[in-house]
Design a protein around this ligand. Structure first.
Ligand code: B12
Ligand code: SF4
Length: 565
């Protein structure tokens, strides 16, 4: 029988109620196990029929049921810190169900603690440390040939019952040589590079990926984007590199390639304020970038030094102003509770938000992960030990106030994290007047028109919206699919059903695979005849769809469903 490999993203916890622990269904927190998809594709490219299933939104009983029906010779789990207990428990279930199978695990959490992990959990046979594709392939080849898995480079394994380390494994020099996940799986979050030029004290990227950043070529990234857009109908992609713009000329080539290939999509990315320029942001905007998220962390120069962020406040203000000048959404990732934090430095952070005016921010308390410098510091201060990651079952993660220890500070942090933490907080949205000014400054950028048109729609100025969209088509020199989709919705809101129908039809003819368009058309077809109130609701729904930055993934994450097609 062919050797069977099953790769698994475990649920968040042993919960009975599904995705509650994932912080709701915020689209930016939907777990797409890109690492597993990459490994599965790589194994497939080398002849292994690897399957991947995403159980991140499953309840525990659903997860067990999914495993029970899928026997394999090699099981591979992915492990973040937050779901380490669930990953360990799932492995124990797997071993009980399939005692002769080999169970391995990889990911940022176990890569930092490979020997401890094996020492605590007998259900795991090996740990894959760091980058997993080449190591997983070696493991699959060894096991399928009936050889021992002991001593494979890049793993921890058991030697005479005791955990031991294999030799280190070199990182993969040419990322284009890896398998192509887009040919096998449906997802919305490409990863186009590995590593980061930063070396922040709270982050495990430097240890996991090394300080030398590696990039896929622009051609490979464009092939992926084109496939996801044209074949899978995604019109909204979230590029999830640590620092997407680290290689300026590559980022420019990707933007130019999107235009050259005539790809119509909206996309977002994460980066650092010291790796953008107004010119690069303009190129990104032209290519459909709607949002850029910056790792800001703090508004205090002292804190930025203490976490080794290597950015300064003028850079934050300049990078935000440059993105706002173009009408892009700007999200700040912020932290509180870092070493040196005082009520005064927290206020500096809040002041920075006020001065810079991002369109959203995301506050987190300092969380200490293994494999980071903060972990070493917390351990030296006896605040945290390796052992607690295994024994403290109550906590998914460990957040600390490493700053001033005072009742005033605790009160402030509780208030802040309680009030502002736990997800995106919208802030300083663009006004319609600002949108008009942006269009006046950037009449060559199609997003300037659609954003303004949607603002007009929100104010019930449907004629203005229609006029703005026609100006967009004139500026583009053609009726783009996005134009047709927007115009169909405007006509629907104007109760001109015949025109709406015609525009929807033309939009579908231009892009039959577009899942956003198909969703809207299907909903309209299913709705049948509507009274005035229902029609108004439907129009509002259509406009909110056009604005939405939630990727549309069939069945994920609301309905538990494997990612494997
Ligand atoms: C995209 C992303 C997300 C996405 C989706 C995550 C996902 N993939 O499922 C979202 C936005 C949802 C997210 C959320 C969070 N994230 Co996040 N995220 C990332 C990011 C930027 C990229 C992940 C990725 O796809 N990488 C690329 C792939 C190829 O790498 P990989 O997944 O690590 O897999 C490789 C190896 O690890 C290994 N491997 C992994 N699994 C397996 C399994 C087997 C069997 C084998 C053999 C090998 C193997 O091989 C893979 C291929 O080489 C990483 C940073 C980074 N650069 O990796 C952070 C990161 C993974 N996130 C992190 C954190 C902390 C979080 C949050 C807790 C943040 C928060 N406070 O809310 C949440 C947790 C999720 C939740 N509860 O909602 C940390 C994890 C630290 C830790 N020890 O757990 C990271 C490492 C960032 C950092 N540097 O600190 N995240
Ligand atoms: S810039 Fe971001 S990814 Fe890079 S080391 Fe700092 S926190 Fe980690």
């Amino acid at each position: 029988m062919a050797f069977r490999v099953l790769l698994i993203q475990a649920p968040a916890s042993r919960n009975e109620n599904g995705a509650g622990d994932l912080g709701g269904h915020d689209a930016d927190r939907i777990l797409v196990p890109s690492g597993l998809l990459s490994i599965a594709s790589h194994l497939r490219a080398h002849g292994f029929g690897a399957q991947a299933i995403n159980l991140s939104t499953f309840t525990w009983p659903q997860a067990i049921a999914a495993i029970r029906n899928r026997p394999a010779d090699l099981f591979g789990l992915s492990c973040f810190t937050f779901h380490r207990h669930a990953a360990a428990a799932l492995a124990a279930e797997i071993k009980a169900l399939f005692p002769t199978s080999h169970v391995t695990v990889g990911g940022p959490h176990v890569s930092a603690l490979p020997l401890d992990w094996l020492g605590h959990y007998p259900a795991f046979d090996t740990v894959v440390i760091g980058e997993g594709e080449a190591t997983a392939l070696d493991l699959a080849v060894c096991l399928s040939e009936g050889r021992t898995a002991a001593g494979i480079p890049g793993t921890a394994f058991r030697a005479d019952g005791s955990p031991a380390l294999g030799p280190p494994r070199d990182t993969i020099a040419d990322l284009d040589s890896l398998g192509k996940p887009w040919q096998h799986f449906d997802y919305f979050s490409p990863i186009t590079s590995r590593g980061c030029p930063g070396n922040c004290t709270y982050c495990c990227t430097p240890k996991l990926w090394g300080r030398k950043i590696r990039f896929r070529s622009a051609d490979s990234v464009l092939e992926e984007i084109e496939h996801l857009v044209a074949r899978r109908g995604h019109r909204l992609l979230k590029i999830k590199d640590d620092t997407f713009t680290a290689h300026r000329t590559r980022a420019l080539a990707i933007c130019q390639g999107i235009l050259d290939r005539g790809l119509e999509l909206r996309w977002t990315c994460d980066t650092r304020v010291d790796f953008v320029t107004p010119e690069l942001l303009a190129a990104m905007r032209r290519a459909g970038c709607i949002k850029v998220s910056y790792g800001i962390e703090s508004g205090s120069p002292k804190i930025l030094r203490s976490i080794r962020k290597r950015t300064d406040l003028p850079q934050v203000l300049a990078a935000t102003a440059a993105a706002r000048d173009l009408g892009m959404d700007v999200r700040f990732y912020l932290m509180v509770g870092n070493r040196g934090e005082t009520p005064g430095t927290v206020r500096q952070t809040l002041d920075l938000v006020e001065r810079a005016r991002p369109t959203a921010f995301y506050f987190c308390a300092l969380t200490v992960y293994p494999g980071t410098e903060e972990f070493e510091i917390a351990r030296d201060k006896r605040l945290l030990s390796v052992e607690r990651f295994f024994t403290d079952m109550a906590r998914s993660e460990f957040s600390f106030n490493m700053g001033e220890s005072s009742p005033g500070m605790s009160h402030l942090l509780n208030q802040l994290v309680g009030k502002l933490g736990g997800g995106d907080r919208p802030y300083a949205p663009y006004t319609t007047v600002e949108r008009e000014q942006i269009l006046a400054r950037h009449p060559d950028m199609l997003r300037s028109y659609t954003d303004l048109a949607l603002d007009y729609c929100g104010e019930g100025r449907l004629d203005d919206a229609e006029g703005t969209l026609h100006r967009a088509a004139a500026a583009a020199g053609r009726e783009t699919q996005g134009f047709l989709h927007h115009l169909a919705c405007v006509h629907f809101a104007k109760k001109d059903m015949a025109a709406a129908g015609r525009f929807f039809e033309r939009a579908l003819a231009a892009a039959p695979e577009d899942r956003y368009l198909r969703r809207d058309v299907a909903a309209l077809n299913a709705a049948g005849t509507m009274n005035a109130q229902q029609q108004a609701h439907m129009a509002a729904w259509l406009f909110s769809n056009l604005r939405s930055t939630d990727p549309l993934v069939s069945g994920q994450p609301i309905v538990p469903m494997p990612l494997d097609p």
